[in-house]
Design a protein around this ligand. Structure first.
Ligand SMILES: NC(=O)c1ccc[n+]([C@@H]2O[C@H](COP(=O)([O-])OP(=O)(O)OC[C@H]3O[C@@H](n4cnc5c(N)ncnc54)[C@H](O)[C@@H]3O)[C@@H](O)[C@H]2O)c1
Ligand SMILES: Nc1nc(=O)c(N)c(NC[C@H](O)[C@H](O)[C@H](O)COP(=O)(O)O)[nH]1
Length: 260
């Protein structure tokens, strides 16, 4: 019998099953792991093992519950992530694979290297990775270097999608509208620091669920933190849970009367 996602995750995301043809954005889950002092990476961006085994498995289950998963190019360059579901229990023989999210990199300057794991996993044909989408902005004037980078990524298997403009203001909304038009109905945003801040900045308008894993670790001032521009806005605490040695808090969008 194949393992299934924990009930508390499917219950948390139950509103995502609603279908509204007039919607202009996917359901969005902003999720990341932090230390007790609010760091998401070590000095210089060093990737840290913040999540314990149990909460890392939870994160991989969460990935199966979303159509797509997004990181910024800073994370793609720093971590060379795979954004798949490899930490889930092995499946019984002849079982269908776990649902895997579409890997999406927000990469306005098209910095993703063709040698990244996301493209290797897709190209190796072993089903360890879906075709990555790279969301970028077309340069304002002819840029042969940018064109060459785009062609190299496409040759390596990436799909490059372009935002309508390179304006930073409204970029998250434009990104979500683009992904909605591509049929993405739920998006898991994993970071990094700049992306987390950008989504918190528009959380009231663009985020439905915030799920933060806090590891019982102190990283210290040299670690990588993130800015949260405003207070928690129109969110309420839906769940607080210990997952292994980590605490997991889930906030959900709530009407102002209920927001805390
Ligand atoms: N602990 C965690 O859960 C977690 C998750 C992901 C990444 N990380 C860590 O985060 C660090 C990387 O974070 P980062 O801040 O350098 O890069 P990032 O991953 O946040 O990517 C930033 C890039 O995203 C693109 N972008 C486009 N529009 C943007 C917008 N409106 N706002 C912000 N970015 C926009 C730009 O290319 C920008 O350079 C790494 O150290 C990584 O290990 C930690
Ligand atoms: N949940 C979580 N716990 C951590 O302890 C940690 N350091 C990250 N960091 C997120 C990471 O920087 C990328 O976003 C990908 O999660 C890389 O991992 P994958 O290869 O995709 O599994 N995320």
């Amino acid at each position: 019998m194949a393992a299934i996602a924990p009930d508390y995750l499917t219950a948390l995301l139950a509103p995502y099953t609603a279908t509204d043809p007039s919607t202009t954005r996917p359901f969005v889950t902003l999720t990341f792991a932090q230390s007790l002092d609010g760091k998401i990476a070590g000095a210089g961006g060093k990737q840290l093992a913040l999540s314990g085994k149990e909460s890392m498995v939870m994160t991989h289950w969460l990935r199966t519950l979303h159509d797509a998963i997004l990181v910024g190019s800073g994370t793609a360059l720093n971590d060379d992530p795979q954004l798949n579901t490899r930490h889930l229990p092995p499946l019984p023989p002849d079982s269908p694979p776990y649902p895997a999210p579409r890997p999406i990199i927000l990469d306005t300057r098209l910095r993703l290297p063709s040698s990244c794991k996301l493209l290797k996993n897709y190209a190796n044909g072993k089903g360890t990775g879906r075709r990555p989408w790279v969301v970028s902005c077309a340069p304002r004037s002819q840029d042969a270097e940018w064109d060459a980078r785009r062609q190299a990524l496409e040759r390596a298997g990436a799909r490059v999608l372009l935002l309508p403009s390179d304006d930073e203001s409204g970029r998250i909304q434009a990104l979500l509208s683009l992904l909605c038009a591509e049929g993405i109905r739920s998006l898991m945003v994993e970071g990094g620091a700049q992306i987390i801040s950008a989504f918190f900045d528009v959380a009231t308008e663009c985020v439905d669920t915030v799920l933060i894993t806090t590891a019982p670790l102190i990283v210290g001032a040299k670690g990588v933190g993130f800015e949260v521009p405003g207070e928690n806005g129109a969110f309420r605490v839906a769940e607080t849970r210990l997952v292994g040695r980590d605490s997991v808090v889930a906030l959900v969008a709530a009407p102002p009367a209920e927001a805390q």
